[in-house]
Design a protein around this ligand. Sequence first.
Ligand SMILES: Cc1cc2nc3c(=O)[nH]c(=O)nc-3n(C[C@H](O)[C@H](O)[C@H](O)COP(=O)(O)OP(=O)(O)OC[C@H]3O[C@@H](n4cnc5c(N)ncnc54)[C@H](O)[C@@H]3O)c2cc1C
Length: 478
Amino acid sequence: MKYSQVTTENIRHLATICGQEHVFSGSAIHEDYKHDEMTIYGKFAPEVVVEVTSADQVPHVMRYAYERMIPVTPRGSGTGLCGGAVALYGGILLSLAKLDAVLEWDEENFTVTVEPGVLLMKLAEEAIKRDLMYPPDPGEKSATIGGNVMTNAGGMRAIKYGVTRDYVLGMTVVLPDGSVIELGGKVVKNSSGYSLKDLLIGSEGTLGIVTKLVLKLIPLPPFSMSLLVPFDDLKLCFDTVPKIIQSGTGPTAVEFMQRQVIEAAEEYLALHFPHKSAQAYLLLTFDGRSEREIEHTYQRAAEICLENGATDVFISDTEERQASIWKARGAFLEAIKTSTSDMDECDVVIPRTLLSEYMRFVDALEHKYAVRIRSFGHAGDGNLHIYLCRDDLDSRIWQEKRLEIMEELYSLATKLGGQISGEHGVGHAKQAYLKTSLGPEALYLMKGIKKVFDPQNILNPGKVCFSEKAFDPSEAAI
Ligand SMILES: Cc1cc2nc3c(=O)[nH]c(=O)nc-3n(C[C@H](O)[C@H](O)[C@H](O)COP(=O)(O)OP(=O)(O)OC[C@H]3O[C@@H](n4cnc5c(N)ncnc54)[C@H](O)[C@@H]3O)c2cc1C
C-alpha cells in the first residue's frame, strides 16, 4: 500500500479544519505521541498531529486524508499496551483527547452520553456523585472512554459486571471515507441485523473513529469491602478461584498477586502493604447496598479460602485500608516497569480452572530461559498479565529469549482453549500470535471486514490483522 507523504499544503489545510494551534508537525510533535505505554514496541513519529476539538471536524479530516491516501491513526490517552495508537506509517495522528464533554446524564434511562476523550476517572467520579456506577474498571484511570471502547477494556470488576462491551449501547462513528453512521442507541436490546456496534468495539481504531458514545449505567452499590487472602502455595491459590466463583458468593473482583510484585509496588510507592510474607495472594472485593446484605457472602468466601489452604484472611472494611491495598494493586505495572531496563507483556486469558497449570509452566519458563518473569492479573477472569524483564541481558540475547518465551506462552494458551489477549488488544505487537491462534479461515474473515470498512487501508494501518510476523523492535522506525 503506497501512502502519500504529508506536505506543507496538507498541514495548512488541516489547520483550516482544526485551528493552527491544534496542528503540530516536525519538532513541535511531543515525544509522547511516538509511542504508547509499552515502549518496547518502538517509536514511530507521525508526520503531523491533529487535535480535534469538535466532533464535526473528524469527517472533514477523514475525507481529506482518504482522498489523498494519507494514513490516519486515532489516539486517546496513549495508555495502550500493544502499540495500537502509534503511527506506524507516519501520516496523521488524530488525537481525540480534547473531545472530552459529557453530553447528557439520562438518569431515567440509566445512560450517559459522552464524547470519546472523556477520561475513565472523570466518568466514574461523576457517576458516583449521582449515585450511579459505570462498572468497567480497567487499571489505568487516565485512559479515555474512546480508547476503552476501542480495546474493549476489561479491568477489576469484569467478573461480576462484565467488560466495556457490555456497557456500550450506542455510538456515532466516522468511517475512513468521512461518512458518519449511528449505531444502536438508548435501547436495552437490539436484534436489528449484524451488530456493527459490537464489531467496532475492540476494533482498535482500524474500522472507524468513534466520536460519541451512549453508555449504560447501574445504581451505585454504596457499600464495598475487600478480603486480602495469603497462600503459601501458588497452586492452592489458583485452585481456590473456581471454588469461589462456583460458590455463588458473587465477588466484584478476584485479583491475583505474587509476593515479588507486591514488594516492587511497595518500593515504587514507598507504601507499606498490610501483609507480604506469603507466596501469593488473592484480593477479593464484594459490593452491595449494605454490609448486612453482603455479610453472609464475604464470610462464606473467606471460609472457602481457608478450607482450600489460605493461611489467613484479612478483612478491609474501611475506606483507608481498602484504598492502600488497591493503590498498590494499581501500581503493579509501573512498579515492574521501573524495576527493569525493558519489558514485554503477555495478556493471555485461559479457562480459570487451568490457571495453576499455566502458572507452573510460566515458572518453568523463568528457569529454562533465565529471564525474570513477574505476574499478576484478573484471576477471576482467567486473565494473566505476565511480564518478561530484560534486566541486564544484552540486546541480542534478550530479543531471542523474549520471542521464544512469548511463542511458548501463546502456544500453550491456545492449546488450553485460551485467547492471546484478554483485554489489552493486538495492536501491531501481537499480530503474529493472533494469526496462529485464529487460524486461516477466521483471519480471512477479519481481513475481509477490514477491507469493507476501509478499502484503501488508511485507518490505523498495520494493526490487528495486517502483518503476520512477530514484531522485531530492531526493525522499528525512529
Ligand atoms: C498502568 C496500566 C494499567 C492498565 N490496566 C488495564 C486494565 O486493567 N484493563 C485493560 O483493559 N487495560 C488496561 N490498560 C491498558 C489501557 O489503559 C487500555 O488499553 C485503554 O483502553 C487505552 O485507552 P487510551 O485512551 O489510552 O487509548 P490509546 O492507547 O490512545 O488507544 C488504544 C486504541 O484505541 C484506538 N482509539 C483510541 N481512541 C479512539 C477513538 N475515539 N476512535 C477510534 N479508535 C480509537 C487507538 O487507535 C488504539 O488502537 C492499562 C494500562 C496501563 C498503562
